[in-house]
Design a protein around this ligand. Sequence first.
Ligand SMILES: Nc1nc2c(c(=O)[nH]1)N[C@H]1C(S)=C(S)[C@@H](COP(=O)(O)OP(=O)(O)OC[C@H]3O[C@@H](n4cnc5c(=O)[nH]c(N)nc54)[C@H](O)[C@@H]3O)O[C@H]1N2
Ligand SMILES: Nc1nc2c(c(=O)[nH]1)N[C@H]1C(S)=C(S)[C@@H](COP(=O)(O)OP(=O)(O)OC[C@H]3O[C@@H](n4cnc5c(=O)[nH]c(N)nc54)[C@H](O)[C@@H]3O)O[C@H]1N2
Ligand code: SF4
Ligand SMILES: [Mo]
Length: 888
Amino acid sequence: MNQTETKNRTTQTTCPYCGVGCGVTVNQDSQGLAPVSGDQQHPANFGRLCVKGSSLHETVDHVDRLLYPTVLGKRSSWESSLNLVADKMQQVIQEYGPEAVAIYAAGQILTEDYYVANKLMKGFIGSSNLDTNSRLCMASAVVAHKRAFGSDTVPGCYEDLEEADLLILIGSNAAWAHPILFQRMAAAKQARPDMKVVVIDPRRTATSDLADLQLSIRPGSDAFLFNVLLCWLDHSNALDHDFIANHSEGFEQTLQAARASTPQSLQECAQQLDVDEDDLQTFFQWFTATDKTVSVFSQGINQSSTGVDKGNAIINAHLATGRIGKPGATPFSVTGQPNAMGGREVGGLANQLAAHMDFSGREVDRVRRFWNAPRVVTRPGLKAIDMFDAIKRGEIKFLWIISTNPLVSMPDADDVKVALAKCELVVVSDCMANTDTTAAAHVLLPAASWGEKNGTVTNSERCISRQRSFLSPAGEAKPDWWILSQVAQRLGFGEAFDYQHPADIFDEYSRMTGFENQGERDLDISGLSGLNHDQYDAMAPVQWPVNSQYPQGRQRFFDDHRFYTPSQKAQFIAIKPELPAPRSQDGSLIMNTGRVRDHWHTMTRTAKSARLAQHIREPYVDIHPDDARRLLLADGSLARVSNGRGEILLRAQITTNQRPGEIFVPMHWTSRYASAARMGALIDKSCDPFSGQPELKYTGVEAEPFPTAWQGMILSRSDLGAIPCDYWVYGLNDGCHGYEISGNQPLDSLQQWAQQILPDAEWLTLLDPDTHHMRLLAIVDQQLELVLFVHQDQAIGTRQWLIEQFAQTSLTTSERKALLAGRPLEGVVDHGRMVCSCFGIGENTIRAAVRNGCDAVDTLGETLKCGTNCGSCVPELKTIIRQETELA
Ligand SMILES: Nc1nc2c(c(=O)[nH]1)N[C@H]1C(S)=C(S)[C@@H](COP(=O)(O)OP(=O)(O)OC[C@H]3O[C@@H](n4cnc5c(=O)[nH]c(N)nc54)[C@H](O)[C@@H]3O)O[C@H]1N2
Ligand SMILES: Nc1nc2c(c(=O)[nH]1)N[C@H]1C(S)=C(S)[C@@H](COP(=O)(O)OP(=O)(O)OC[C@H]3O[C@@H](n4cnc5c(=O)[nH]c(N)nc54)[C@H](O)[C@@H]3O)O[C@H]1N2
Ligand code: SF4
Ligand SMILES: [Mo]
């Protein structure tokens, strides 16, 4: 596609962020890309987008993109880099066998990309060492589904969340992590105020805002809770005996096991879970009385050393009450990544073979015949943690990382770095040039990014949607399926990988799902095979299966009470709950980790949008006031969080949302964006024995003040990379790059560093080293180039106003004086931290409006517009209103 063809076009595509899978409308004209909007027709979002989705057009520029292949840091051609990759694979396979080759991929590549990677590894190279970051994300839910249903099936659909009379959110901060789905829940509750919402999470989150009842349970105790619930249901005659007798197996043992872990009295149960007895009783009564119950579960369940058991404990309660396969009644595991589901479908986990087939003799044989493949693997490969350990031991010699940043996202992330250093060849396919992981690679292959690539993704409710391209690839970037197919061809598998278009791959894959299926496998999209390129391009969102029985897709599984186990009955799984192993040797606090509203994982895309970067500017640690007092941590001060594995520096936020003894740290900031915030380095490798999913929400740490002599900020027209001081954090502003800084370095060293990066600038300086007060302004061509303000305390001047001065083309003398004073000229106001990213409404403005009488979200919306577009900031608006009205 060339740029001139992109004029005046509308493209319907799918958001590349979370597993809600919203449809996005992209309009282009001769001016370029217009702000994106929600696709009105898409069944996931019906026109709405959250703030991340609606900022997508701000993230597609080529800044920081990986534009051409590089080998050992030097630009290379596609031809020679592909040859190099294929030759090395060949050599390793010949010398050490196929298992010495591994691929580590992600739920963010498209189904077509994933299919090719899986076919190449498991059918042609003969290595099952293809695993994915879904191991850190969905692996426990997959195993729980397979144990209960005989297949990795998500039974329900989004409508169920709206139809439920009781909606339970377990280990899910949907308000921030699945915002549009959360808005659908909120709208349903507003329309039917009788609908009850229960949030089960050790901490209070933005999601708690919707809750009628919050159970801030002891971390890791969920399976105890659901075992008690099962006993309660039995006791109160709330079981569905017909379902249990006719459509399930294993109930009696499961109830016995639940009894074994359940204390005698409700009071003791409440103590076990560390919650209020009345709250617990309310939850049980609601569950008992409400047929239409949906239990949503996410990473608070999955990312645990007993995540599979927890998933099954939840599913058990649904089977016991027959609440599955019915409108408004289902367990619901929500997926995180845009195509975590697609990856599970094609078989991208090391313990799957392909297309919901595993490693039985029949399945291996069937896959062999379908692919006409020489070396179909016959047993599972290494799961992520074991894979990196095998690399470290030198058993895996070749690793290809595709679309993930394990140096940040894996537990014991520094050990991953050690492992990569031991590997003979590390290839990384990524869209971005500077990530923690690209820095550790020998060969970098530039991948086409969202907007440039074309294919399909599957969301949390099994809905397959098209991601369509509307931009030419940046530089020499290529789609992942193309890169993989080129390597396959060079390995001598040309005929099996002769794909010209993603539609060819999708066609083969959809035929595979129907191959000798006859209703045996849940995943069957054979109804979508045989599409020509135009039909593929026009494909509308549809929920799998799509076959002769369900030509238009299927909303709910198990409405027919037929499961995919040998007996066709659902399986109760007896659960012996366990709390996470004590980590006393690591520290006295438990570190929980997770997401913030406006950043996506390792920030490679969201850090490019000033709007998104401004919501939460710094990595932080949420800590309870009692702990803060004990540890002498002041609100807003810097905290050093550490254990034997490493240390990070974070901004302390004191809040009663945390339980005492537990802290929360966001997962997003990397070495590219902060001096020391890679929290993955502190986490150990404990993982679930069945799923191999690591325990990412429960790490023993210590916290202490990190005293610094000064703090301040830098605003700069150019990206400065790492700053030579103890603490720095990067965040893009509108029109300039920003850094929060703090340290103990002498100020003149900082001044020298600044002057050395801008040798030709004109400098305005105000310096008092005794009071740690420094103001430096660099002016180049009459324009502001750099602001560096340092103070002893946190008063930093009027930031928003300073940022706006970068747009000034010719600074007057009085403006220069005002700049040095760090204060606007008379009459200019500072709006404060961005709260509503859609309309750019700052916290100061909102607080002022509340004080002037806008004491409800609606009236704030009428006055300032905040909260009226994507709605993601509504929980925060409520908090501000609450704080201001409490103060008043
Ligand atoms: N803004 C944003 N949205 C995202 C992402 C992102 O990076 N940014 N990533 C996407 C991805 S890949 C994923 S997987 C999803 C994840 O979505 P979520 O799972 O909703 O998000 P998390 O913040 O990881 O964790 C959810 C909650 O689990 C709680 N939790 C911790 N321990 C326990 C426990 O023992 N029991 C219970 N019941 N709860 C516990 C945490 O306190 C946290 O509030 O988000 C997706 N959406
Ligand atoms: N402590 C802790 N750790 C966690 C979690 C947690 O809650 N706590 N959550 C875990 C979970 S659920 C997840 S999903 C992971 C996420 O962690 P990662 O997968 O490591 O994070 P991302 O930043 O999404 O990495 C995606 C990379 O792929 C690149 N990319 C984007 N699109 C494409 C593409 O089309 N092709 C290619 N080749 N590259 C592309 C991006 O630039 C980026 O570098 O983190 C896990 N780690
Ligand atoms: S909820 Fe937001 S991030 Fe998730 S798919 Fe929709 S627009 Fe994208
Ligand atoms: Mo995830």
